[in-house]
Design a protein around this ligand. Structure first.
Ligand SMILES: Cc1ncc(COP(=O)(O)O)c(C=O)c1O
Length: 404
C-alpha cells in the first residue's frame, strides 16, 4: 500500500501526493504532535474503509461497485481492491486509468449519462467496458455506433422521479428520464440488440430508505410498461454517512428495504439482479482533514487556515446540510473549555474562500494550532482545486478519524 502512494496522484486536479513517512498513527492528534505538518493532511484509515466495504459486501443483496468520483485517491482505490471490490462506477476515462493503475482486473460501469464519442471509444477499446448509462435516445445511438458489438453492450437507462426532500444533495435536476421516456428508451435498447438495465440515484446522503422502495416500484412499473425483462437494476449511490445534525438509519436497514422492495415490486418469478454504486456511504468516514491555523485576528475573531473551500472543504461550502464535525488540536491534545464563534477562512486571496457557517473554536486558538474536520473522505480530496497554487495534501495513515 505504501508503495502505491509514492508518486501516485490523489486527484485529477491535484499535484502528486507524497507518501506517508511513517507506518501508521493513532489519529490526527498523533500526526499533529509527531509531524507538525504545515500543509493540509488527509488522515486516512484503511481499517475503517475496509470495515465499511465489508458492511456493503456482506449486507447488500447484489453486486457492489464503487463510485470513483467520490474519492479517486490511489490509497482508497487500492484499499477497496485489496478488500475484494472489482467493479467501479466511473464518470470518465481518467477515472478508469486511475483504477486500473491499482486494480488491473477491475471492471467498469461507465455511468456518466453523457459521454463524448472519443471517451466511449477509449472505454470500449482500451478498457473493455460494455456497460454504459444513458437517459437520451441520441446518447444510446452514439454508444452503439461507437462501441459496436451491440449484443455485448449493457445500456443502463437512468430514470428519475419527482424531487423528494430526503436527500442532502438533490440529484434530480441534471440527469434522468421520466418513467414514460425511460420505458421508450428501454424498448429502444432492446430493438438495437443490447441488454436493457435501469438505474437511478435518489440523491446523495439520502436519509430515508423508503425512497428506494418508491424508486424500485417505479422501476418495475417502467419495465412492465416497456415489456422488457431487465438484465439488472442498479439502485445507485445515495447511501448515507454521518454528518453533524443529520441522522440516518444503519446501512442494514437500507439493504433490507431494497431486497424487500425488489421482491415485492417485481413479483416472485423474476427479480432482476441488483447492483449498487455507493460513493459517500462507502468512503466518507475513512478520512478526516487536518488543517493548520496560519493566523488568528483576535479582535475580529477571524481564523485563517491552510485549507478551505477551494481545497478539501469545497462541499462544506456548497451543500449546507453536509457539515463535518471539527475540533482544535494543540500539542497533540484536543483543546477543551470556553469557545468563541469565529469566521474561518481558507488560504487563498479570494473573499469567497470562507466557510459559510461560523465555527465555535477554543477561545485561545492561536497560530500553529490545528483544526481537524471529519468526515471528509467523500467529495473532499476529489473536488480540491489548485486555485492560488494551493491544493496538495499529504495522505497519512491513521487508525481513527474524527466523525460526526
Ligand atoms: C451515477 C452516480 N452513481 C453514484 C454516485 C455516488 O453517489 P453517493 O456519493 O451519493 O453515494 C454518483 C454521484 O455523483 C453518481 O453520479
Amino acid at each position: 500500500m505504501k508503495q502505491m502512494l509514492v508518486g501516485a496522484k490523489t486527484s485529477v486536479l491535484l499535484p502528486p501526493v507524497s507518501a506517508s513517512q511513517s507506518s501508521s498513527y493513532g489519529d490526527a492528534m498523533d500526526v499533529a504532535a509527531q509531524r507538525s505538518p504545515d500543509e493540509p493532511v488527509h488522515c486516512f484509515s484503511p481499517a475503517i474503509l475496509t470495515s465499511t466495504l465489508n458492511t456493503f459486501l456482506t449486507g447488500f443483496p447484489g453486486e457492489v461497485s464503487y463510485a470513483v468520483k467520490s474519492n479517486d485517491g490511489p490509497h482508497v482505490l487500492a484499499t477497496l481492491a485489496a478488500g475484494g471490490l472489482d467493479v467501479f462506477d466511473v464518470a470518465s476515462v481518467e477515472e478508469m486509468m486511475a483504477v486500473r493503475a491499482v486494480a488491473p482486473e477491475a471492471r467498469f460501469h461507465y455511468h456518466n449519462p453523457v459521454k463524448g464519442r472519443n471517451e466511449i471509444a477509449i472505454a470500449a477499446a482500451q478498457y473493455g467496458c460494455v456497460r454504459f448509462a444513458a437517459d437520451d435516445e441520441q446518447e444510446i445511438n452514439k454508444i452503439v455506433a461507437v462501441a459496436g458489438n451491440a449484443q455485448e453492450l449493457e445500456i443502463a437507462i437512468r430514470f428519475v422521479l419527482p424531487k423528494h426532500g430526503s436527500s442532502a444533495h438533490d440529484f434530480s435536476s441534471k440527469f434522468g428520464a421520466g418513467p414514460e421516456l425511460a420505458a421508450h428508451l428501454l424498448r429502444h435498447v432492446v430493438s438495437l440488440g443490447c441488454k436493457p438495465l435501469l438505474t437511478f440515484h435518489p440523491g446523495s446522503q439520502c436519509g430515508d430508505p423508503a425512497i428506494w422502495t418508491t424508486y424500485i416500484h417505479a422501476a418495475a412499473d417502467i419495465a412492465r410498461a416497456a415489456g422488457v425483462r431487465l438484465a439488472a437494476l442498479n439502485v445507485g449511490g445515495g447511501f448515507p454517512s454521518r454528518y453533524v445534525g443529520l441522522s440516518a438509519p444503519d446501512l442494514s436497514v437500507y439493504f433490507e428495504t431494497i431486497a424487500l422492495a425488489a421482491a415485492e415490486a417485481f413479483g416472485a418469478d423474476f427479480v432482476p439482479p441488483l447492483e449498487c454504486e455507493p460513493g459517500r456511504g462507502l468512503v466518507a468516514n475513512c478520512t478526516s482533514v487536518l488543517a493548520r491555523v496560519k493566523l488568528v485576528k483576535s479582535t475580529r475573531r477571524e481564523v485563517f487556515m491552510n485549507d478551505g473551500i477551494y481545497g478539501s472543504l469545497m462541499e462544506v461550502s456548497q451543500v449546507a446540510l453536509l457539515q463535518p464535525n471539527y475540533r482544535v488540536i494543540r500539542d497533540g491534545k484536543v483543546l477543551t473549555g470556553a469557545t468563541v464563534t469565529c469566521t474561518a477562512y481558507g488560504p487563498t486571496c479570494d473573499p469567497l474562500d470562507v466557510l459559510p457557517n461560523k465555527l465555535d473554536l477554543a477561545a485561545d486558538i492561536a497560530e500553529g494550532d490545528y483544526i481537524e474536520f471529519g468526515p471528509l473522505g467523500a467529495y473532499g480530496t476529489a473536488t480540491s482545486t489548485r486555485f492560488n497554487g494551493y491544493g496538495p495534501a499529504e495522505i497519512i495513515e491513521v487508525e481513527r478519524v474524527l466523525s460526526a
